[in-house]
Design a protein. Structure first.
Length: 307
């Protein structure tokens, strides 16, 4: 009895051997081939469904783009059109998968997609955040293409608003790519939001000069400068009493484009100087007081002052 148990235990301890019977292998391959042949109609139908959804997606994207172009919002059309297109392609892929594998239920696919979307969201958080910020910027339109803006110390003209970033061309001919999330969460100065904008320049005159006369001369002269807008009056206001001069702040309005602002500013500064010089109005420079120390022969120190 013990020998019988030992023999039985020995038989159980033997490792399982792989059946290398060619007949079994051929039977398994034949079953796989039969299954693939039976799936051919499903695969063909699935490909037709996928092609149909892709064609509809391209058509819908073109319709969205055409509608956006009519409203002069091409960037928004590109973003929304691309989103709708790939959403429809994904829906077509899910339907094609259920046709090829009938046991696969759409609910299981959606549930799996929901779980995977959470993982994808964590992995591509920055990309999704920039995409959503770009979509909100395009929908709310705080600025438009070709607007001149300032954000995070960067100045330039908006060239494009893409899904990931906003492309800005600086005034000195360089390109800046700013993530949409930075623009959406930070203050943005839109310099061309209105047709005209105000500039200013401070100039000093002597205390003995007539302030009212100087202000009147500057207002009349600056109003005639090329580029200064006639829609609003030029202002010359006494602004500060400095140590050696009275500060007059000159204000004027120009077209909001940066090139016009810069050229007009240069003309105004030149006009201010020539006007005050022609009227014999003093423009004093900064006065400094220097203290000089000297040492006499006995080693005592003395002080001398000079202006």
């Amino acid at each position: 009895m013990a020998e019988h148990d030992k023999a039985a235990g020995g038989e159980q301890d033997q490792p399982q051997q792989i059946d290398m019977d060619p007949g079994v292998i051929m039977e398994r391959l034949d079953s796989w081939l039969d299954g693939a042949v039976r799936l051919v109609p499903n695969i063909v139908v699935a490909l037709l469904v996928l092609a149909l959804f892709y064609g509809l997606a391209v058509l819908v994207r073109r319709m969205v783009l055409a509608h956006a172009r009519r409203r002069e919002r091409e960037n928004l059309g590109e973003v929304l059109g691309g989103f709708v297109k790939w959403a429809m392609v994904l829906l077509g892929f899910l339907l094609a998968a259920t046709i090829v594998i009938p046991s696969l239920r759409p609910g299981d696919l959606i549930a799996g997609l929901g779980v995977s979307s959470v993982a994808i969201g964590f992995a591509f958080k920055d990309i999704l955040q920039n995409w959503l910020a770009g979509l909100l910027i395009l929908l709310r339109q705080p600025f438009n293409i070709r607007d001149q803006i300032e954000v995070n110390g960067h100045h330039g003209t908006v060239e494009r608003i893409e899904t990931r970033a906003t492309i800005i061309k600086t005034h000195d001919g360089r390109r800046i790519v700013i993530p949409n999330s930075d623009i959406y969460t930070n203050a943005v100065l839109v310099k061309t939001a209105y047709a005209i904008r105000r500039s200013q320049y401070d100039v000093g005159i002597g205390y003995e000069d007539d302030i009212d006369r100087a202000c009147e001369l500057l207002e009349q002269a600056v109003a005639k400068v090329e580029g200064v807008s006639p829609e609003k009056e030029v202002q010359a206001l006494p602004w500060d009493l400095a140590a050696s001069w009275v500060t007059i702040r000159v204000r004027w309005w120009t077209d909001s484009q940066q090139s016009t602002v810069t050229r007009t500013h240069a003309r105004v500064v030149k006009t201010i100087k020539l006007t005050l010089e022609g009227a014999n109005v003093d423009m004093p420079g900064e006065t400094r007081l220097c203290l000089l120390q000297r040492q006499d022969e006995d080693g005592a120190e003395g002080a001398a002052t000079g202006d």
